[in-house]
Design a protein around this ligand. Structure first.
Ligand SMILES: Nc1nc2c(ncn2[C@@H]2O[C@H](COP(=O)(O)OP(=O)(O)OP(=O)(O)O)[C@@H](O)[C@H]2O)c(=O)[nH]1
Ligand SMILES: [Mg+2]
Length: 354
């Protein structure tokens, strides 16, 4: 069995590529499974995989490295349930040091599982951060971003459909110079042929590419994670007319605009409306994926916001947006399981240095 670890910064395209990969592999008659991971509890990614019928498990309340036993249990559970040929395990976007704390323990403790690690990086964000040297991330957060690239078995430059060729060439040259000898490929995670080229590239690497463990300053890593705020909630919208799903979209746009207006960098702001419409805002762009366009007097919205600010500020922004939309649209919005927090200090269960 192959297990592909998929790491990379918030919003870099991990879930999208995994989804395309799963659909492609299932079409070929292969059995697949996905393990999602987050610091929160109600996850847009998990509910999205569920809604499109892909076998999945989740490790919640912290990263794979701090919850290694839960990762292992979920791998065993997927094996027992579906005996998959391939499992994709997507780590939290603020997490790094995965080679030492997840990949090497998996290889050491589990015979019969071959492991690769791909690190995704959004082409536009790479350009903004590394070429234009824009000040989007606080220094400790940028430290996490660069450590993710440094430890990659394969760097996957994602969303190449959104970047001009000359900018792409500049990124590729930069990465080749910065990380000589590292595997670097580029994909459009929404396109089957492109994702297949990623799979064909990583599959033969299972026995041959075990990257070096990082030399990393955990204090700086922990400081970086603590500069990011997480906000998770499920909103139940009740409208007078049958426009609750469109109110949900307006709310998403309002939250996004407020965060932008106040100048905070978005890691990933995700909304899953009625398990069918996924709205996504990252540092570089905004996107809408709708599998159906419902008309209804009620709407259920899972919200996952990861933003470079404090939890208090993020909560204030979301609360203000909810109040505004309730007044403007004369609707009721009830908040369920509302949490706003910073990730805890990373404390891996295992760590293998070379
Ligand atoms: N145009 C384009 N959009 C993409 C591509 N890959 C991902 N996206 C979009 O980018 C946004 C973020 O993608 P996700 O796959 O959710 O990113 P992620 O890395 O899983 O995000 P987190 O799990 O929150 O860290 C979504 O709106 C995707 O539709 C791509 O190759 N091309
Ligand atoms: Mg994801």
């Amino acid at each position: 069995m192959q297990l592909h670890l998929v790491s990379g910064f918030l919003g870099s395209g991990k879930t999208t590529a995994i989804q395309t990969a799963c659909v492609t592999l299932i079409d070929e008659g292969r059995a697949v499974g996905v393990i999602t991971n987050d610091q929160g509890i109600r996850l847009v990614d998990t509910e999205y995989f569920e809604s499109i019928g892909i076998s999945n498990r989740q490790v919640i309340n912290g990263c794979f490295c701090c919850n290694y036993a839960a990762l292992d249990e979920n791998i065993q559970s997927l094996i027992q349930a579906d005996n998959p040929d391939i499992i994709f395990a997507e780590s939290v976007g603020s997490c790094t040091d995965i080679v030492a704390t997840v990949m090497k323990p998996l290889l050491l403790f589990n015979s019969g599982i071959d492991v690769t690690i791909s690190t995704f990086a959004d082409a536009q964000l790479l350009y903004m951060l590394l070429i234009e040297k824009r000040n989007l991330l606080n220094e400790p957060v940028e430290y996490i971003y660069t450590k993710q690239l440094e430890e990659a078995g394969t760097i996957v430059i994602s969303k190449i459909d959104l970047i001009a060729e000359e900018k792409f060439n500049a990124i590729q040259n930069f990465l080749q110079q910065q990380y000589p000898g590292k595997n670097i490929i580029a994909i459009n995670g929404r396109e089957k042929s492109s994702v297949t080229s990623w799979l064909n590239f990583i599959s033969p690497l299972v026995q041959r590419c075990i990257p070096a463990s990082l030399n990393i300053d955990y204090n700086l890593y922990g400081t970086g994670e603590a500069m990011l705020a997480w906000l998770d909630t499920v909103l139940q919208i009740s409208a007078v007319k049958d426009d609750a799903p469109s109110i949900a979209r307006l709310l998403a746009q309002t939250v996004y605009k407020k965060i932008k207006d106040e100048g905070y960098t978005i890691g990933h702001l995700k909304f899953l409306i009625d398990a069918s419409i996924k709205l996504s805002y990252t540092a570089a762009e905004q996107n809408l994926i709708a599998t159906s366009d419902e008309i209804n007097t009620t709407s259920s919205v899972v919200v996952n916001a990861r933003v470079q600010t404090s939890p208090e500020v993020l909560k204030q922004i979301v609360d203000t947006a909810i109040e505004e939309i309730q007044r403007e649209k004369n609707c009721t919005i009830i908040k369920e399981s509302y949490t706003a927090f910073q990730p805890g200090f990373p404390s891996p269960a295992h760590r293998f240095v070379d």
